[in-house]
Design a protein around this ligand. Structure first.
Ligand SMILES: [Zn+2]
Length: 353
């Protein structure tokens, strides 16, 4: 029998609490600053880590390692799906334009916050334009949900565009959808687990290693990217001397998928093709060595920040791991089993010779 290697203990309470706070911090792509500030504050307690904001608004964290011969990077994104106001309708309600790969069915009747340019937050909900069972026909009620049939209904006494504008609301204001976070029996149910679940795993790994007095084997740059949901997050922000990038993002769960909510997964291939075989193989061996039960999988409709870096011309190996997330880009759910396994895998990677 081979003895399995051990890792520092994870503070699971911290993982869940940090994830909950991050989920409750609105950060649609293009308006993700609040989440960046949250991370900066969270990382303040580690004087050995240097936080820098890129010109693009992402957060890079430089973590000195035992050596820096083969510097590494790790990335998780903190931007989420959301919307911006496309039009202020004559009835005072708002027509929205989606930010990221949003399915309008998934946000029907969700609470929203409109962030005005003047700094106000106005509450409301996203409604189908003909929602009442007592007013509309079956055909009307069943019509397609899209940009033209969905509208934000504000919790304000407004009946026309002028009254809405008087609230300081204007075309181009960002809109966030309520995450509705709930933690029950280890299940974390919320919107935007993609990819805040992974950002919380990274923070938890950082905490556990610091607590154990450990540091990465190689200098490691952690990039919390802010434009992943529109495809170019990690296209910038990774130092040129970095030789490999571990992308930490959710695993796709559903019919025919090998991933599930209780495990961490490694992606062999997604819509943009295969990841780096050598790095992927090393990560799989590491998981075995540390007794991390993982799933290998293929994600049929998926792209990651690793591929954004590759597409931008980065000369580095890229692999992708992350917790299984059910109903991605919808009302998502994962389990702490998957989150702790992902966190342990991150630590194993950081400590790998
Ligand atoms: Zn993602």
């Amino acid at each position: 029998m081979t003895l399995k290697k051990t890792l520092p203990t994870i503070d699971e309470g911290y993982l869940v609490d940090t994830l909950t706070s991050l989920l409750n911090t609105p950060s649609p792509t293009g308006f993700a600053d609040r989440a960046v500030v949250f991370l900066e504050e969270e990382l303040q307690s580690y004087p050995d880590m240097v936080c820098t904001r890129t010109h693009k608004g992402a957060l890079t964290v430089t973590w000195p390692g035992i050596n820096s011969a083969s510097p590494r990077a790790m990335t998780a994104h903190i931007d989420t799906l959301g919307a911006v106001i496309k039009e202020i309708k004559s009835n005072g309600r708002l027509r929205l334009s989606a930010v990221g790969g949003l399915n309008w069915n998934s946000v029907e009747a969700e609470g929203v916050t409109v962030f005005t340019s003047g700094g106000k937050a106005v509450r409301g909900s996203l409604m189908f334009h003909k929602p009442s069972m007592h007013v509309y026909s079956k055909e009307e009620l069943e019509a397609k949900r899209d940009e033209t049939t969905m509208e934000a209904r504000l919790d304000e006494k407004v009946t026309n565009a002028e009254e809405t504008r008087k609230l300081g609301i204007e075309v181009g204001d960002f809109v966030s959808f309520d995450p509705r976070v709930e933690v029950t029996n280890g299940f974390v149910r919320s919107r935007h687990l993609d990819d805040k679940a992974c950002a919380a795993c990274v923070l938890t790994a950082v905490k556990a290693l610091h607590h154990a007095g450990l540091k990465p084997v190689q200098r490691t740059t952690i990039l919390f990217s802010n434009y992943e949901e529109v495809g170019h997050g990690a296209a910038a922000g990774i130092p040129a001397d970095v030789v490999e990038l571990l992308t930490v993002d959710m695993a796709a769960v559903g019919e025919g998928q090998n991933s599930d909510e209780y495990h961490t997964s490694i992606c062999i291939k997604d819509s943009h093709g295969p990841y780096h075989h050598g790095m992927t193989t090393r990560l799989r061996r590491l998981a075995q060595a540390y007794d991390i039960d993982y799933r290998a999988d293929i994600y049929p409709h998926y792209g990651s920040d690793g591929e954004a870096a590759w597409t931008a011309g980065a000369n580095l190996a890229v692999a992708l791991i992350g917790p299984g997330v059910d109903a991605s880009h919808h009302y998502e759910r994962t389990h702490t089993d998957a989150l702790t396994a992902t966190t342990r895998w991150l630590m194993a990677y950081l400590l790998e010779e």
